[in-house]
Design a binder for this molecule. Structure first.
Ligand code: 13P
Length: 249
């Protein structure tokens, strides 16, 4: 049985004091949530305060990015070891915003995954097609390429796959449960090819305009094991409703 995995990706939002305010209101809501893996990915600047405030809870921390070198003259970058040091358990790697705005290629993503795993981080590995690719019937090709290149030479431990169709991110246009299920099933099939029959162990989560209104339908899909939530994770109420999704709706 795969445990549901719900992660908040705050992107470039919230100062330290805003983070503290969120966590202050968040902690009392965590009662009865031990059946879900809950992950918070605040900006780098809020990691330390988050680690401190969440240390006695069931919430773990992720960084939104990581560099692939261990240390050295890489102005502005943060190493895997630094993330472990500040209390991260995961790193989000390959997010489409990083691929799009910071020119991260599949090769760079692969190097980051390798380095982060070597340091002991779990990986939230993002993949997904653009609208143009979907309309051209290339969704599966893109997913196959991103999986094969991104995971080249990498063992299957501690990897969460996040399917995030780019056209659904921040647009309010969520994938339908059918579209999500189809893509997730395809991803699981590719993982089976890559890792023998271990694909059933993989948590494959969906991201792209997940809200309290659509989470129950998405989570009802057989191969959707969780959610990576952007906008709706910035408020405690909406994020908690997503964490407390109802499977039988
Ligand atoms: P939204 O939930 O704001 O669409 O963002 C999704 C996302 O990119 C999470 O990583």
């Amino acid at each position: 049985m795969r445990k549901p995995f719900i992660a908040a990706n705050w992107k470039m939002n919230k100062t330290i004091s805003e983070t503290q305010e969120f966590i202050y209101n968040f902690i009392p809501e965590l009662k009865d949530t031990s059946d879900v893996d809950i992950v918070l990915a605040p900006p780098f600047t809020s990691l330390r305060i988050s680690a401190e405030k969440l240390k006695d809870t069931n919430v773990t921390l992720a960084a939104q990015n990581v560099f692939y070198e261990e240390k050295g003259a890489y102005t502005g970058e943060v190493s895997p070891l630094m993330l472990i040091d500040v209390g991260c358990k995961y790193a989000i790697i390959g997010h489409s915003e990083r691929r799009q705005y910071f020119n991260e290629t599949d090769e760079i993503v692969n190097k980051k995954i390798k380095a982060a795993k070597k340091a002991g981080l779990g990986i939230i590995f993002c993949i997904g097609e653009s609208l143009k690719e979907r309309e051209a019937g290339k969704t599966f090709d893109v997913l196959q390429r991103e999986i094969e290149k991104g995971l080249n030479g990498i063992d299957s431990d501690n990897i969460i796959i996040a399917y995030e169709p780019i056209w659904a991110i921040g647009t309010g246009k969520t994938a339908t449960p059918e579209q999500a299920q189809e893509a997730h099933a395809y991803i699981r099939e590719r993982l089976n090819i890559l890792y023998g029959n271990k694909a059933d162990d993989f948590c494959i989560i969906y991201g792209g305009s997940v809200t309290p209104e659509n989470v129950d339908y998405l989570m009802a899909c057989k191969d959707v094991d969780g959610a990576l939530v952007g906008g709706a994770s910035l408020k405690v109420d909406s994020f908690m409703r997503i964490v407390k999704f109802r499977k039988e709706s």
